[in-house]
Write a protein that binds this ligand. Structure first.
Ligand code: 6GU
Length: 242
């Protein structure tokens, strides 16, 4: 998986993605990161990439030329036109299914806007996906692109230590993950649920499944509509109203 990020703040992306699990994945060659500094394509000696909005109004707008040339540098490098994700609060809200879909691509381009936005003409020319990370406003697309790169990278085979964990946790079957415990067996008077010490793996699995369901009903009841529930799950839920 090759990530290309068009940004005015390449260091922010490099420092973020080079850290922790995504950093290890880069060192192992499982993912790559190509940051393109839009300012390098300014086309004037002052490095100016923004200007006043036509029609007036507050703030500055990123000019189309530098953004287009940054994009072209990626197309020339990889030899085809990739998906281009524009990070914007006006986009579709990012979720796990979208992460899974994006993870199938060989290359992904993230376009990070700043100021009041980017000239609409270049967006119409190059953007294939408008994506938001939630209903709040940030100062730029850098953090959202890092959020997406993290979520997508951990779906690339080999990035996580254990092959199973990406499948079995939060949002599998659209349920939240069950609670986890480790040593000590007793902490400030609180004991680990005894079933987890029983060695009875079918019982442990059943308990965890029930905890996932309870947790989702309590914390994210909106997810229950889309949850993939088995007959056993339905039986368990029926025992709850009694
Ligand atoms: Cl993708 N960009 C910006 N600037 N703000 C956001 C966002 C994106 N998603 C939520 N807020």
């Amino acid at each position: 998986m090759n990530f290309h990020v068009l940004t005015l703040f390449p260091d922010m992306i490099q420092n973020g993605v080079n850290t922790s699990i995504t950093g290890r994945a880069m060192n192992n060659g499982l993912i790559s990161l190509n940051t393109v500094n839009i300012r390098d394509y300014a086309g004037n000696k002052y490095g100016q990439v923004d200007d006043y909005p036509y029609g007036g109004g507050a703030g500055m707008v990123m000019q189309p030329g530098p953004v287009y040339r940054s994009y072209e540098s990626v197309v020339e490098r990889i030899g085809y036109k990739p998906r281009v994700i524009y990070l914007t609060p006006q986009g579709k809200v990012f979720n796990q299914s979208m992460a899974e879909e994006f993870a199938k691509e060989e290359d992904l381009v993230f376009l990070c806007g700043h100021y009041e936005g980017i000239d609409e003409r270049v967006l119409e020319m190059i953007v294939t996906d408008h994506v938001s990370i939630g209903d709040y406003v940030l100062t730029g697309g850098e953090l959202p692109s890092m959020v997406m790169i993290d979520a997508i990278s951990r779906l690339v085979p080999g990035v996580l230590n254990n092959n199973v964990s990406a499948e079995f946790e939060t949002f599998n079957d659209n349920l939240l993950e069950y609670p986890q415990y480790t040593r000590p067996e007793e902490f400030m008077g609180e004991k680990v649920p005894p079933i987890l010490l029983s060695g009875n793996h079918p019982k442990v699995d059943q308990w965890r499944r029930e905890q996932s369901i309870l947790r989702t009903m309590e914390r994210r009841p909106d997810l229950m509509e889309e949850a993939n529930l088995t007959k056993e799950d339905m039986k368990f839920i029926k025992t709850l109203d009694k």
